[in-house]
Design a protein around this ligand. Structure first.
Ligand SMILES: C[S@@+](CC[C@H](N)C(=O)[O-])C[C@H]1O[C@@H](n2cnc3c(N)ncnc32)[C@H](O)[C@@H]1O
Length: 263
């Protein structure tokens, strides 16, 4: 993964996005159910790659009855989000030990192996998926599980694909979806025994176009990874027209892919 990808836009703008969506609540219900099935022994080791403010994992773990002896490592490269994480870990289940590591995944050095690795909405590039996922699989204990959360082709995907293609002047640009991850795992399954299953969580984003344009613009900047001032006038107009045609409401579909490594 490129060290700097997304770092600029993943801090406060990500938090603004969270204020207007129930995505984390809805997806954490589904992830909680998945985790509940296989957190079946004490002392599970867990790595979350690109934790953000930690809210998604916190909500998911709160749905597990016992996390006795669990060791949770939260890996996050963004300084603003690290500050939020430090506050948020106080609300993690008290039977788990939580460690925060301020680093990108590329720079993360560890001798540990993990029972579960989660990566939810990380800003991977398509051409590095194979290398990143292979490294994650290698960091798993035998019979470990990797959980990857990415969008299906929902409204955010459509929005990003339309306007990033214009900004990049590249008509072939497609924002990353879970299909790209699944395709990569199907390839990796040819060299490693993997079982792949998927689960869906639907939610909504309500862009506050009628009452808080500043926040709406922040969310647009977060999706497009660009400052509003840097976006050409004609694209800004098209963006606002896209958003107002939807009355500011985006339908979001998370897909949670569970990759089980059996040896
Ligand atoms: C869209 S946020 C998702 C946060 C959280 N996982 C969630 O689903 O709510 C993506 C996160 O990946 C982090 N990130 C960006 N580049 C990274 C890298 N190279 N290695 C690890 N994490 C990275 C960002 O700082 C950000 O917190």
């Amino acid at each position: 993964m490129n060290n700097q990808v997304g770092l600029k836009y993943q801090g406060s703008k990500f938090e603004t996005f969270l204020k207007y969506t129930n995505e984390k609540e809805n997806s954490s219900v589904v992830l909680g159910k998945i985790l509940r099935k296989f957190i079946d022994k004490d002392g599970i080791s867990f790595l979350d790659v690109g934790s953000g403010n930690g809210e998604f994992l916190r909500l998911s773990l709160n749905r597990i009855k016992s996390l006795k002896g669990a060791e949770v490592t939260l890996l996050e490269p963004n300084g603003d989000l690290i500050r939020q994480l430090r506050l948020n870990v106080k609300n993690f289940p008290s039977d788990a030990t939580v460690k925060i590591v301020h680093s990108t995944f590329d720079d993360f050095v560890t001798d540990s192996r993990f029972n579960i690795i989660l990566t939810s909405h990380p800003p991977f590039r398509r051409n590095e998926l194979s290398q990143v996922f292979l490294r994650m699989l290698n960091l798993l204990e035998p019979n470990g599980r990797l959980v990857v959360v990415l969008r299906k082709k929902d409204d955010v995907h459509k929005f990003r694909t339309t306007f990033k293609a214009e900004l990049l002047k590249d008509k072939s640009y497609q924002s990353l979806t879970i299909d790209d991850a699944i395709e990569t795992f199907n390839e990796l399954a040819k060299i490693k025994p993997l079982r792949i299953s998927t689960f869906i969580a639907n939610s909504e984003l309500h862009l506050p176009i009628a009452y808080n344009m500043e926040d709406a613009i922040s969310i647009i900047e977060f999706f497009l990874n660009k400052d509003w001032e840097e976006i050409p006038q004609d694209i800004r107009k098209a963006v606002l027209s896209f958003v107002s045609k939807k009355n500011g409401v985006f339908h979001l579909t998370d897909c949670i892919a569970l990759i089980e490594k059996y040896e």
